[in-house]
Design a protein around this ligand. Structure first.
Ligand code: PGA
Length: 353
């Protein structure tokens, strides 16, 4: 059976007006063309749909039945067209993005503004490390990704939208907080807590130590920025982290960002997707929003990106430690135990030079 939408449209018009002439006018067709559509429909269905009584036409019982279905079919086609039209606009749709673990400190603030602007948009946000993000890009399973640096081995279109300075983080009472322009080589005596293999921050940190030819004493490996911050606060070692991740702690003086030469390690936040990907209008709007507005929005909030600058340089110098406090002074903890890595194997403590 090959019932067409055209036939159903012609049938519905005739059934509504009970007149071929008026149906033809409504459809902008000739009357014989309308009659032809109805004849073809009747022959497809094997039933008469209209009957003529005198000068008037009436729906047969089958005609009444077909009318119900025709209405609902045409309504559904209409709904489909409306849905597609709104999808091709900005009223509705799903934005599926994945962000680096460290980017989750600012991404929600941007999403809030974007969603207020486009209230019909549904957001799917995945937070994971750089390695996972690269694999998501490779498999083209998200609209776009926010991370620290475009991958080398996947063909992507990327744009930097904001600076991402990595700073040294130390407990608030670390002796470094009383000094300025600390020589980089002094970091060789400190224990460093590191993120898991696969983290962009860890990669940047390792590269930095290698480039400056400073040996890194590796303490615990910790797979979350939050846990690293707590561990640094607890005195288990120092860390290197995106300034975006530590603003609350700096403001509350739970952590410090000592003034070490060659810091911050200057990186950028990038938005990226597979090269040649056809972005939905919503995804395109989000990408434009990031590239054009994100830095301005986040930099405007003093509590967001300026907090690190409120630290060491402007902080009044701490009082010199009293003898008893000096005995009790901060000493980088040698890891007495190790965490297990993602492969379940214990991570041995690094030898101290
Ligand atoms: P990370 O990524 O959270 O995996 O360290 C940050 C980045 O890509 O720089």
């Amino acid at each position: 059976m090959h019932v067409t939408l055209r036939q159903l449209e012609a049938f519905t018009a005739v059934a509504n007006h009970l007149s071929f002439t008026r149906a033809a006018e409504q459809l902008n067709l000739s009357q014989p063309a309308v009659s032809m559509q109805i004849k073809q429909l009747e022959s497809q269905l094997g039933q008469a749909l209209f009957e003529q009584m005198g000068k008037k036409i009436h729906l047969t019982e089958s005609g009444h039945e077909v009318r119900k279905f025709a209405r609902s079919i045409l309504q559904q086609v209409d709904d489909m067209e409306t849905a597609l039209t709104s999808l091709s606009g900005l009223e509705r749709g799903t934005l599926s993005i994945s962000v680096a673990t460290t980017a989750h400190y600012f991404a929600p603030k941007l999403l809030k503004i974007f969603c207020e602007r486009y209230p019909g948009v549904n957001v799917k946000l995945d937070v994971t490390n750089r390695e996972q993000l690269v694999s998501q890009l490779e498999n083209n399973i998200v609209d776009m990704v926010i991370m620290g640096r475009p991958p080398e081995n996947v063909d992507v279109e990327s744009g930097a939208f904001m600076e991402n300075p990595l700073v040294l983080i130390a407990p608030a009472d670390h002796p470094f907080t009383r000094e300025k322009s600390i020589q980089l080589k002094r970091l060789a005596n400190e224990v460093f807590l590191v993120r898991e293999v696969g983290s962009g921050t860890r990669k940047a940190m390792e590269l930095f130590f290698t480039q400056h030819n400073i040996p890194m004493i590796m303490g615990m490996e910790v797979s979350s920025d939050e846990a690293i911050k707590r561990s640094v606060q607890a005195g288990l070692g120092l860390g290197i982290m995106s300034r975006d991740a530590i603003q609350n702690e700096l403001q509350l003086n739970l952590l410090s960002a000592p003034d070490v030469l060659h810091f911050p390690i200057m990186r950028h936040w990038y938005v990226m997707h597979r090269k040649g990907k056809r972005l939905s209008p919503i995804a395109q709007a989000f990408k434009d929003f990031l590239l054009q507005e994100a830095a301005g929005i986040l930099n405007k909030e003093p509590t967001l990106r300026d907090a690190a600058q409120l630290q060491t340089p402007q902080m009044p110098p701490l009082k010199a430690p009293t003898p008893s406090a000096a005995n009790n002074k901060y000493a980088p903890a040698r890891p007495k135990y190790v965490l297990t890595g993602p492969d379940g194997k214990p991570i041995p403590p690094a030898p101290r030079k």
